[in-house]
Ligand binder design. Sequence first.
Ligand code: HEM
Length: 445
Amino acid sequence: MESAESVRGEDAAPAGLSRRRLLGTAGAAGAAGLVVGGGAGAGVARAVRDEPVALSTVGSAYVPFEGARQAGIVGPAQAVGHLVAFDLVPGADRKAAAALLRRWSDAVRTMTRPGTQPGTQPGTRTGTSPGGRDALPSSYDDQIAYDAGPSSLTVTFGFGRSFFGRTGLTGRLPGALAPLPDFAGDALDPKRSNGDLWVQIGADDALVAFHALRVLQKAARDTAGVRWQMNGFNRTPGATAHPMTGRNLMGQIDGTNNPKPTDADFDQRIFVPAGGSADSGSPAWMAGGSYAVVRRIRMLLDSWDHLSVARQEKVIGRRKSDGAPLSGGTETTPVDLAKVGADGALAVAGDAHVRVAAPASNGGAAMLRRAFSYHDGIGTDGTPDAGLLFVAWQADPLKGFVPVQRKLDGGDGLSRFLRHEASGLFAVPGGCGPGEYVGQRLLEG
Ligand code: HEM
């Protein structure tokens, strides 16, 4: 399958790039012998030598923006995420929206490109490769991300249901964008839900992610304003001894039983096929696209923490330490939902999250979960305002999120410790090629 994800750009730092250039103008800071490594008090001192060095693996890793599919869906979720919804300003029409998507796409194409990111301060460009962040219009040049490589930056664009009415495109509204049903356990804040346009930013460096957000906000000026923004995070690459499935803020290993790109039915489950799909109500302009369900799910951590680890494991159906199913084996052993323990009880309880959510319990329904954790301090109730920015990807929400959430809503032992506080459903079109912009087939087709 076509996947634009996870191209690691270890070779992305131009050969011959000097540490002097990586730092910007060494002379400005006092020439050779300069002590660096986080500034005064950081406790790490490295002498500067004017010899070629590569960017760190984290900084030089890059994910191409162009491709049949948008980036930011299949590859691993980055260490930092911003989920942002924009509403078009009154009077912004289809033409204005098209111009905005072109500005956004051009900016992201530039920001995600490997090349001259290190040392982009004026006068210190390497001149070895065109493009890179220094090719951004000067009005976007806030220097926030100077010195860093692309750091696996991805930006993914989607359209909410309201976009189509605002731009006179209701004839092209996908049937699959029908509003999500109400769920009994929902406590949704409409101001932090839905929106005309949705942007998912992910990067392994916080400044790179913030810079991308600022650039997109500036490019949107006069056309669209931020409706809501949610900031999330995941484990930083390299923090563990070897790559592992990440943990969420309840401490569980989360993401194990996701559909895998190597599964025979992966593409069919996650992406709209070429030509669209009459079955799911996906027009041809959605070919190569996917639908993102976004839920801000607050974790009631103080209540959860009162449970013993054994009780917590029963609620999920997997061991907390290593993610192994309670039916036995290791993290990757398939869950045996039929297994009965020595005590005559089901090894994976009847209301365990993995049982209730499993495709086997939902007529085969499946989605790709690619979440960020969030922590916004202490809520008005005095408990942590923390949880999961749950993002689920599927070719058809009616064959993915909707039936599973219907089942979980009430039947899931975990739901007592969660509160769904915001929700959105977005049509995320396929990617774009050189000279194109995301959404062009919708806006100009
Ligand atoms: C804060 C909320 C949630 C937490 C903490 C959570 C946690 C987990 C954990 C720890 C697993 C086991 C590891 C894995 O396979 O990834 C899991 C599996 C799963 N979860 Fe969730 N989950 C949450 C919300 C949801 C929601 C809202 C849905 C869908 C509507 C969902 C669908 C699934 C599915 C489909 C699986 C895989 C089940 C299987 O086939 O084994 N989860 N979740």
